[in-house]
Design a protein around this ligand. Structure first.
Ligand code: SAM
Length: 343
């Protein structure tokens, strides 16, 4: 066979293999949805595939269908798989300039637009092991003073990873981890116990850590400042739109959204939902009423589950084999109608 033809045949067959692998992976994601109500369809495929394959390598399994059989036989594997999928890297005052801007421009505006006894509601979405939430707390304590902080502030800090949320609640960090905290703030608001630094117990009550899936769960509502950094980056366009619609919904009309350095709403993920406040620091303001019913439907209507466009779709049975501690309310299935009523 001439070399050109042989090369063409080789390319065609490797394309076929890739296509088949992609199809098998989609079937695997469907299995996760059907069996655990975990919806990974909103994630970028290459990194998700890599992480699933890393788990498969650990237990020496080569195909997705064998992995499904293994999951059926070993319920604890699902917990290990779900905990291995997200990337938890984070830091106190990560990207210092953003926090300078939040401290000098955004927090003062939020405080100025409220009466002196009004609640300030903040949400750190995708908070990983808590550094971002405690960073927000430090800035708010400095702006308001300790007593006002305790009385007026609620910081909701949420993450998909149960393990990350557990660590965040401990509020205890190594010397390396606290390196980004300015020394005066570290001295005032952390207690050193042996080699670890703990966020002061008396300041913890306003910070509520909870497990929450940005792609599936109902958002926290009436939020003044929503920080969701370096999380959308893991979602594909559909996932970003679904998350941004939820974030838009969670914000007060006067609320601010802070995204990560390389994140921004685009034409296909909801640029009409937010106006730009600071391009460089990725700070946005909510555009009230920008979320049209069409956009809601686009974000929530999931063709693959054959959901009708309207009506409440009740889930009659919860999936079996649920790994410990994960949330399984299928809010994504219920939400389209509930959200539409609010438009
Ligand atoms: C790279 S960390 C970002 C942490 C922090 N926001 C920061 O910028 O330093 C991304 C976090 O997003 C979380 N995450 C991934 N998918 C999520 C989802 N669907 N819902 C909520 N959190 C998610 C991961 O568990 C991880 O902790």
């Amino acid at each position: 066979m001439p070399l050109g033809n042989a090369l063409l045949e080789l390319t065609a067959s490797s394309e076929q293999i890739l296509f088949e692998e992609a199809q098998e992976f989609e079937a695997f994601l469907n299995y996760l949805w059907e069996s655990y109500s975990f919806d990974f369809t909103g994630y970028k495929r290459p990194s998700l595939m890599r992480r699933v394959q890393q788990r498969m390598e650990v237990i020496a399994i080569a195909s997705y269908s064998d992995y499904i059989n293994y999951l059926k036989k070993s319920p604890e594997e699902a917990t290990l798989l779900f905990e291995s999928l997200p990337v938890n890297c984070t830091a106190f005052f990560r990207d210092q300039q953003v926090w300078d801007e939040i401290a000098t421009e955004i927090i003062p505006q939020i405080i100025a637009n409220k009466s002196s006894d009004e609640l300030i509601k903040v949400w750190s979405a995708g908070c990983a092991t808590g550094e971002e939430a405690y960073t927000l707390a430090l800035l708010l304590i400095e702006a308001l003073g300790v007593e006002q902080f305790k009385q007026r502030v609620k910081i909701y800090a949420t993450d998909f990873s149960q393990e990350a949320v557990y660590q965040a609640r401990q509020g205890s960090y190594s010397r390396n981890q606290v390196a980004g905290i300015p020394p005066d703030l570290l001295a005032k608001y952390f207690e050193q116990i042996d080699q670890r630094y703990s966020f002061r117990q008396d300041l913890r009550r306003p910070i509520i850590f909870t497990q929450h899936n940005l792609l599936q769960d109902a958002p926290i509502s009436k939020v003044d400042l929503l920080v969701c950094r370096n999380t959308l980056i893991y979602f594909n366009l559909e996932g970003q739109l679904r998350a941004l619609v939820r974030l838009h919904f969670g914000l007060k009309d006067s609320g601010f959204l802070v995204l990560g350095r390389s994140e921004a709403p685009t034409a296909s993920t909801g640029s009409t939902l937010f106006s730009l406040v600071n391009q460089q620091q990725r700070i946005f303001a909510k555009v009230p009423k920008a979320c049209t019913p069409r956009l809601f439907l686009k974000a929530f209507h999931q063709q693959k589950y054959n959901l009708p466009a309207q009506g409440v779709h009740s889930v009659t049975s919860l999936p079996p084999n649920r790994p410990a501690g994960c949330q399984y309310e299928s809010t994504s299935v219920r939400e389209p109608a509930a959200v539409l009523q609010m438009v």
